[in-house]
Design a protein around this ligand. Sequence first.
Ligand code: NAP
Length: 248
Amino acid sequence: MKKIILVTGGSRGIGAAIAQRAADAGYAVCISYLSNQSAADALVASINVKGGTAIAVRSDVAVDADVVRLFEQIDQTLGPITALVNNAGILEQQSRVDEMTAERVARIFATNVIGSFSCAREAIRRMSTRHGGSGGGIVNMSSRAARLGAAGEYVDYAASKAAIDTFTIGLAKEVAAEGIRVNAISPGLIYTDIHASGGEPGRVDRLQDSVPMKRGGSADEVARAVMWLLSEDASYVTGTNVDVSGGR
Ligand code: NAP
């Protein structure tokens, strides 16, 4: 069976590392992104030049019509999807809960939680044996913040990732008998641009002493765990949550 993967938010950071690994593992890859087309195009070119197959689609996971169009484009260009990584995620400027507007909290949940539900819905309609599909795998990108809380930084983000943890448990049970395994990864402090969107580009370096392994992680270290969960080596693994956090 042809392996076809969608990595949402696959143009930069952890998503880009997953897309690279997936291409190396023989997947035809679709990455989605929000606005940075040049990063998406560069990644697609680097996969295709090595003999892989990759496409990039601009699609906001927080907009349901965008998600529907994204999956239709994958159907038409690559074929029926066999793996989904719900990776797209955002956080905003570090602040306390008593400073957060309702609009901000809604934005965080729309992308991090509702976007993952929308993509899972479209993936299941294609993968599930209940819908005539041949099965597949879903990996949801959570965060250690879900259990640490991100006090004084972004409790809204942490709470959205806690929702992803529960989503993973429930969805895994719902589709387990339909050929689909659903798992989550909880990265710790990983070197990507996301910390700059919180207003502190050097956050990983500041906090690395709090990590038992005394260092931040790389996007590729997260990607390798994702690829394991999607692989046949994890054939009896569903509903679990793997910390990739150096012990933090
Ligand atoms: P990042 O470097 O900021 O990259 C974010 C990616 O998501 C970009 O490709 C971006 O596209 C895309 N994106 C943002 N909003 C989107 C939307 N509404 N629709 C579609 N795509 C969207 O982030 P990262 O650090 O790699 O994080 C990836 C995931 O890991 C997130 O879910 C994050 O919460 C989680 N995580 C990260 C860390 C960490 O320390 N880095 C730790 C725990 C969990 P553009 O290029 O167009 O902006």
